[in-house]
Design a protein around this ligand. Structure first.
Ligand code: GLN
Length: 387
């Protein structure tokens, strides 16, 4: 007899977070969970000290500090080309993760179908299951992780409620093009679907790629829930500051869930993060340049070791094909963390298990390059030295 709820049976704890624990146990370099190992901008950390003096110790309004919401609204207008009223259409959450959870919980009835593009970022599936929704997996094309229009259309039924889009994409680094996003927009409008879009890596983008927000496409204004946050852009993943923007009625539902899940994001940190809006364009340029250097370094080094990867256009992960090595993803990841002192994420964490079929993720592992270049150098050295 177990006291635990049945709904927990259908998913496991996050493998990404598990790999971080294994990294700590093995004193390994952690290239698994996407988090920087360098400091955030001084402006933000210094502001915490001042906020402490200002006695910012109590809850903020559930929806988030109003001044912060105003700043987010301005950013959404100028960067994302999305109009969102700070009073009713923006909520500050405990990370993008909570924004995603509150949104899915707010919209999903039992047996509603949620389209999830595969491979996917781990959190989408457990939250859909906790909401008693049904995740429906749609594979991205295997060579370049582009959208497969036919595959999406084939999965749409009268139960389809929502599609989750993540651009720049975790774990591949794919950035969805305007053609692809227009296709999603057409499907959502034809089929009366809601789009939940996770844009947490929106400022980490390379080469000539452009970040496009699905919610900025004409006709999508009232059927898109846009999620982003401060974690990745300002290297403050532990502050847990995200936000969600949506049309007023949808937002009222999201807010109900958010209120009971977390009440509010940490008040001192909400104050401190407002400093990020004063940072100049050079900050964002330097961030991109740092990750671009990391990307190119890791791509080249892994290629020299015989591993090919999809070249990411955004985010800070390499999704690496390990099929030439002769180990499956989990064995490979265990081998690396136990024998080499480098932690990465096995590819099957991003794919659905299908009965009687090999898991498509078995040939991949994910390396994060959100660390200092020296950390990446040391990781490569360890892999080479101990091979
Ligand atoms: N997005 C990060 C990753 O994929 C993890 C985020 C988290 O653990 N909340 O590694």
């Amino acid at each position: 007899m177990t006291y635990l709820a049945d709904r927990l049976e259908h998913f496991q704890e996050s493998v990404i977070r598990e790999m971080t624990r294994k990294a700590m146990e093995n004193d390994a370099i952690n290239l698994s969970q996407g988090m920087p190992d360098f400091s955030p901008p001084d402006e933000l950390t210094q502001r915490i000290t001042e906020a402490l003096k200002e006695e910012e110790h109590q809850y903020t309004v559930t929806y988030g500090n109003f001044e912060l919401r105003e700043k987010i609204s301005e950013k959404l207008a100028s960067f994302n080309r999305i109009t969102a009223d700070p009073e009713n259409e923006i909520t500050v959450t405990c990370g993008a993760s909570e924004a995603i959870a509150s949104s899915i919980l707010a919209l999903t009835n039992p047996s509603d179908e949620v389209l999830i593009l595969e491979p996917w970022y781990e959190n989408y599936v457990p939250i859909t299951l906790l909401s008693q929704g049904k995740p429906i997996f749609v594979s991205l094309l295997s060579d370049n992780f582009s959208l497969n229009e036919e595959a999406i259309k084939e999965e749409i039924t009268d139960k389809t409620k929502m599609i989750i889009i993540n651009t720049p994409h975790n774990p591949t680094g794919k950035v969805f093009s305007s053609t692809e996003l227009n296709l999603i927009s057409d499907i959502c409008q034809d089929q009366d679907l809601i789009a939940l879009t996770d844009e947490i890596y929106e400022y980490i983008i390379y080469d000539d790629e452009k970040h496009i927000s699905l919610g900025s496409i004409s006709g999508m204004e009232d059927r898109t829930i846009t999620v982003s946050g401060f974690s990745k852009t300002f290297s403050i993943t532990g502050w847990r500051l995200g936000y969600v923007a949506a049309e007023k009625e949808l937002m009222a539902g999201v807010r109900k869930v958010h209120d009971y899940l977390t009440v509010c994001a940490p008040s001192i940190l909400q104050k401190a993060v407002m400093e990020s809006f004063k940072l100049q364009q050079t900050y964002f340029d330097n961030l991109k340049e740092r990750y671009n250097t990391n990307r190119n370094f890791l791509l080249k080094e892994l290629k020299e070791l015989g591993f090919n990867s999809f070249k990411p256009s955004g985010a800070y992960y390499l999704f690496v094909d390990i099929s030439s090595f002769g180990l499956k993803d989990k064995e490979f990841a265990d081998f690396l963390v136990n024998n080499k002192g480098v932690a990465i994420v096995p590819g099957t964490s991003f794919y659905q298990r299908r009965e009687n079929q090999p898991n498509q993720g078995e040939i991949y592992v994910r390396f994060s390059y959100s660390q200092k270049l020296d950390t990446l150098r040391e990781a490569i050295k360890r892999i080479k030295d101990r091979l």
